[in-house]
Design a protein around this ligand. Sequence first.
Ligand code: AHG
Ligand code: MN
Ligand code: MN
Length: 335
Amino acid sequence: MLPVNRKVLTLDEFTIQQLRDVPNATGELSSLLRDIGLAAKRVNVEVNKAGLVDILGDAGSVNIQGEDVKKLDIFANDQFTGVLQHGISCAGIASEELDEYIAFDDPISRNSKYVCLFDPLDGSGNIDVNISIGTIFGVYRRVTEKGQLANQDDFLQPGTQQVAAGYIIYGSSTMMVYATRRGVNGFTLDQSIGEFTLSHPDIKCPDFGNIYSVNHGNFYRYGQGVKEYITACQKKDKSNGGPYTQRYIGSMVADVHRNLIKGGIFMYPGTTDKPKGKLRLLYECNPFAFILAVAGGRATDGHQRILDIKPTELHQRTPMFIGSKGMMDELETYL
Ligand code: AHG
Ligand code: MN
Ligand code: MN
């Protein structure tokens, strides 16, 4: 065989290579990840011209291709739903943008192995001000028989059952990061060839960092333990692992991505007016809890592992604390 001197692997090459060591692998997961990569590329194009949407669309908000100009989170939702529906691996989806799950009703989908749950555009409040946003997804093996329509049982599985989870960050570069039980790997979109290429192999979350991320505006509505922990973060100095720095973008994807790479802790606690906080267990918390767990970090709701929560409804919310293992250990002494 000719020696191939290739420095970078594309997402497809990487996922297919991973299959080599898995006996009886069907390639369905690789195919699903490729579909997600394709939708991500389409969303990336739209995100990059977000400021132009009103210019490209006419007053009746129809763009030059004659399509209605849609809000970007609806556009993203349609893209991810569309590729998964037309793919060969996904029996159904649930999305933060849809009231109900969708079971794909065609012969290939009914015989597919996986369901996918996603937040098509996370941090969408940041679109208009040119701040990083993202997409978050979790993939589960269906529990219903192949051949049937997927049903609620397939979607209401605890996060620990995920076979893969990941996110796309539309930032200063566009990246897709995904985890399986074997590891977390990051791919940067090479715009020149339109491919995600492996740029961050085998990501591990440092056990400690010096970043804490929380919405300080809610401080007086947090519980006592959370307030005390935040105050302790502010008081850190050289003598006890500090000083800490506070970073909070308001796009969970961007905040947790940074903390995953650099080490840190991200919190969205319950408040007196919203005891379950804001984040959605199925679309936001479970995928990140899975990714961080594989990378060596941890996530809890303050009482139990996020991944162990048995969901009872699609859009349920949960308080969320996630990050470097050592920092999570310290946080828990306050909760
Ligand atoms: P979404 O745009 O999908 O609704 O999610 C936004 C989320 C999350 O990304 C972010 O961390 C959080 O909302 C910010 O909320 P606050 O403005 O309440 O801090
Ligand atoms: Mn979100
Ligand atoms: Mn969203």
